[in-house]
Design a protein around this ligand. Sequence first.
Ligand code: FE
Length: 184
Amino acid sequence: MVLEEIQSVFEKRGAGAYFGEPVSQLEHALQAANFAEKEQASEHLIVAALLHDIGHLLEEIPEDIAEQGVDAKHEEIGQAWLEKRFGPEVYEPVHLHVSAKRYLCATDKFYLGKLSLASALSLKLQGGPMSRDEVAAFESNRFYREAVRLRLWDDLAKVKGARVPPLDHYREMINAVLRPAGSE
Ligand code: FE
């Protein structure tokens, strides 16, 4: 069952620190999902927010990965896993959430200054701000707006000690947006 898989992934790895930020991976995921829900995003996008960093949790990635000069490409790992279980409304925004940072850096002059230190550091490894052509290509994606929204929640979801609903709160939502069994 996908629900149990998700629970066990967070149980195994969720307590780890979120890359140089004052929250754990699980706290980060729950805060991102909570921002999505408070902004009345669709259930698909709330689940995407909850699972946007699942790629980090599926493999053992050292916490200081960016400092080592390696881009873990967690959005690719996350997408591959999500694609088997959810439709594009969930996996596409996840896949695009790193590009969305590069997009926002190119299109919003205040955005770069608001990034945390860890996030600004990984930006370089991710390719820096998008070029004009890359911006146009990004905007041609059906889910780019969702990816940008997800990105902004991702950036905010680093509040130490914030009180937000637990993983259980999202059970029904996850089940509601699952890909029907056997469909591709
Ligand atoms: Fe994140």
